[in-house]
Design a protein around this ligand. Structure first.
Ligand SMILES: Cc1cc2nc3c(=O)[nH]c(=O)nc-3n(C[C@H](O)[C@H](O)[C@H](O)COP(=O)(O)O)c2cc1C
Length: 369
């Protein structure tokens, strides 16, 4: 093949070897992926500013000058400080009763620890601002946020030689962020783990690539193989952004119960709904998602109320390590996550498979070659 298909606008912009981005909450995965020639972003929304500063230092010691990113929830997407107790009082009686019935039907014990409120529950606007200040002070090479438009931070970030990537689920959000000047757009399809939009990866990536001009587009949602990476490049993306792929890797600190669940799961074992946080989110199926999917269940509440409702369930599931209750954010590509491989191996396998796919596609006689 004349050109290396893995040398893209994204690899050029970041100075990395392969256009593979890992989103993870585990620093060891960041270390492994970055040192294997990919790029990695550490999700730090649930960490204090001091913890974030310590993690950045740790990563720098491991990866040297190689770039990495930090992902946070933006202040505008978080509730004000001190609001949680008040918000709790506003949860309707019907919903509290339904939660109690779920507890009784499934013999769910009280959590052992106070709930680590999900996603932004442990967070508030003041904390989100302080987290952001650390990322700016530390001049982290790339800043991203899965929730909210990062346009307001562009000037501050660019003046510190930082890049800002916007993560979107709809083309009109991409258009706005491109006009504001983000450095790359992550086009995330509904196949993705976690909070995500309703549009499929195949459609959103092609639509955003068509309007992105020179700005790199990174495809997210359901990407777990080299074949997916090859397809993403064909759709006009300059790389892939992956989350589920790393949850069961050797370095991942996910609970072994979750790892085993993921290794056995396929696309149909994930569910897209609002029962966990009040916002559309894809996770593995579990008692909680099943119960809220029943026809007689109350309508889920908006965020953050639904998140406050699910917090005890999540804490109990994890504290008591109940396999039937535990779940994780998980994308529809999970069926290809079948072995607990080291992250470096995952990168190498994905690269090899992608190149094989392009060789197949460009062979003189694709039938006999
Ligand atoms: C366990 C888990 C937690 C996630 N948490 C966040 C988060 O806090 N912030 C964010 O921007 N994206 C988060 N995501 C979504 C990823 O950034 C990414 O868009 C998604 O995993 C891509 O889809 P895939 O899992 O099918 O590869 C999470 C994904 C997973 C698997």
């Amino acid at each position: 093949m004349a050109n290396d298909p893995l040398k893209t606008k994204l690899t050029g912009m970041l100075g990395i070897e392969f256009p593979i981005v890992a989103f993870t909450h585990c620093k060891d995965v960041v270390d492994a992926v970055v040192n294997a020639g990919g790029f990695a972003v550490l999700g730090e929304a649930m960490h204090t500013p001091d913890e974030i500063a310590a993690d950045i230092k740790w990563i720098r010691e491991k990866v040297g000058d190689k770039p990495f990113g930090i992902d946070l929830v933006l202040p505008a997407s978080a509730p004000p400080a001190g609001a949680l107790a008040e918000l709790q009082k506003e949860i309707p009686e019907t919903h509290l009763k339904f939660k109690q019935e779920i507890n009784e039907r499934h013999d769910i014990p009280e959590p052992k620890n106070p709930p680590a409120l999900h996603q932004w529950g442990g967070l508030n606007q003041e904390m989100a601002r302080a987290q952001l200040d650390v990322v700016l002070e530390e001049r982290v090479p790339v800043f991203t946020s899965g929730l909210g438009n990062p346009g307001f931070i562009l000037e501050a970030a660019h003046s510190r030689d930082m890049l800002v990537f916007g993560l979107i689920g709809k083309t009109r959000q991409a258009k706005r962020e491109l006009e504001e000047g983000v450095d790359a757009i992550i086009a995330q399809g509904t196949d993705a783990a976690g909070h995500t939009g309703p549009i499929g990866t195949f459609s959103i990536v092609a639509e955003v690539a068509a309007i992105a001009g020179d700005t790199p587009v990174i495809a997210a949602g359901g990407v777990t193989t080299g074949r997916h990476l090859a397809a993403a490049l064909c759709l006009g993306a300059s790389g892939v952004w992956t989350g589920t792929l790393w949850l069961a890797c050797r370095e991942s600190d996910s609970d072994i119960i979750i790892k085993e669940k993921l290794l056995a799961a396929s696309s149909d074992d994930t569910i897209y709904g609002r029962s966990v946080s009040g916002m559309p989110m894809r996770t593995t199926k579990c008692v909680w998602t099943d119960e809220w999917g029943k026809p007689d269940a109350p309508k889920t509440l908006h965020a953050p109320y639904q998140m406050l409702l699910s917090a005890d369930y999540i804490q109990s599931a994890n504290d008591h390590r109940r396999e039937d209750l535990m779940f994780e954010a998980c994308g529809q590509g999970v069926g290809f996550v079948t072995a607990m491989k080291p992250a470096r191996q995952i990168v190498a396998d994905m690269v090899e498979e992608t190149l094989d796919v392009f060789d197949e596609l460009t062979a003189d006689d694709p039938v006999t070659a």
